[in-house]
Design a protein around this ligand. Structure first.
Ligand SMILES: [Mn+2]
Length: 336
């Protein structure tokens, strides 16, 4: 039985190696995984994965943990042999807007070719006239409308490319006007991946697979892209697109505050609302939602209570801020 002993010794050696790796890197390796490596490394000893697995099992089961009082002692070793959990989303760091930007225009929900031309001009003009040093595009900059569940049939390369043209030209304009552009992705922007993959498969020569950043790149671009589900921190104000939390309801600004529990500025709901409050400590805090800059009556949702709008946010070096939340009605800017 020398060969058998040899096999279990080699299995033990591998198991120990992966236990140490697991402890060191805070992760776990399944017995099946170890058996796979073992059968590949040592074909002279193990016929196949199943054969190796038998010995990995035997090597890990012999002593057992029958004494419950000692079961916790080797917890780190045992967890090293249990596969790591799934992680679909990587932990993302917030994008902290640098101190130098103190007067920012916040635009959201332009929805590319569904943009409202006059409202966008009014908002940008206001930003320029009020000396904004940067612009935050707070999600749903692009629309990718053909990917909508309401219309899957008319997916065309032309529409895709014309949306791209719109996006590039709008970004170039905003960079020229304000110097710095931060573009936070919203739920519509995040649609692109699947959409473009499908188009690229079908029309490979016209549509290259690229990242969202590459798709909207232009010469001299300094646009900072903020991934989906990553929030922006602007002084003491937290900026999200809005789809990150489910629900919205009538009192959307209040409802978002109830979820984030921090000062929040968001878009996504296409409604201008403000909910500033003073707490027991005398601090002002609140939640604001901005109107949209797109067509108020799209085919997929012709009747709604949306309004056009945008915000300007000023802050000082302590991070204190003021949200100037604006509605646009008949081409005129109104305070809320
Ligand atoms: Mn949205």
């Amino acid at each position: 039985m020398a060969a058998k002993n040899g096999k279990i010794d080699v299995a033990r050696e591998y198991i120990e190696k992966y236990i140490q790796l697991g402890i060191k890197h805070n992760r776990g390796y399944s017995k099946k995984y170890i058996a796979t490596v073992l059968s590949e490394d040592r074909p002279d000893l193990f016929k196949n994965i199943e054969d190796a697995r038998t010995f990995v099992r035997a090597a890990t089961n012999t002593k057992g943990f029958r004494d419950r009082s000692k079961a916790g002692e080797d917890l780190a070793r045992r967890f090293a042999l249990i596969e790591s959990p799934y992680s679909e989303l990587k932990d993302s760091e917030p994008l902290i807007i640098p101190q130098q930007y103190k007067n920012t225009l916040v635009l959201s929900d332009q929805h590319s070719r569904f943009y409202d031309r006059r409202a966008n001009m009014v908002a940008i003009d206001y930003g320029v006239k009020n000396g904004c040093d940067s612009v935050i595009i707070n999600g749903d900059f692009m629309d990718f409308y053909r990917e909508s569940k309401f219309d899957k049939s008319a997916m065309t390369v032309e529409a895709f490319l014309s949306e791209q043209d719109w996006g590039v030209e709008m970004l170039r304009l905003l960079q020229d006007c304000f110097g710095k552009v931060f573009l936070k992705l919203g739920n519509h922007d995040a649609r692109r991946e699947a959409y473009q993959q499908r188009l690229a498969l079908k029309y490979g020569e016209y549509v290259n697979l690229s990242s969202y950043e590459e798709y909207l790149d232009f010469e001299g671009s300094t646009v900072v892209f903020v991934p989906d589900y990553t929030y922006i921190k602007y002084g003491k104000l937290y900026i999200i697109h809005g789809h990150e939390y489910s629900g919205g309801g009538i009192h959307v600004a209040y409802n978002r505050l109830n979820k984030t529990m921090v000062n929040t500025l968001s878009g996504h709901s296409h409604i201008t609302q403000g909910f500033p409050k003073t707490n027991l400590a005398g601090e002002v805090f609140g939640s604001w939602t901005t109107g949209c800059l797109c067509d108020l009556h799209p085919r997929y949702n012709p009747l709604n209570n949306w309004n056009l709008g945008f915000a300007r946010v000023e802050r000082d070096s302590t991070g204190d801020f003021e949200v100037l939340n604006k509605r646009i009605y008949n081409g005129k800017i109104m305070s809320t």
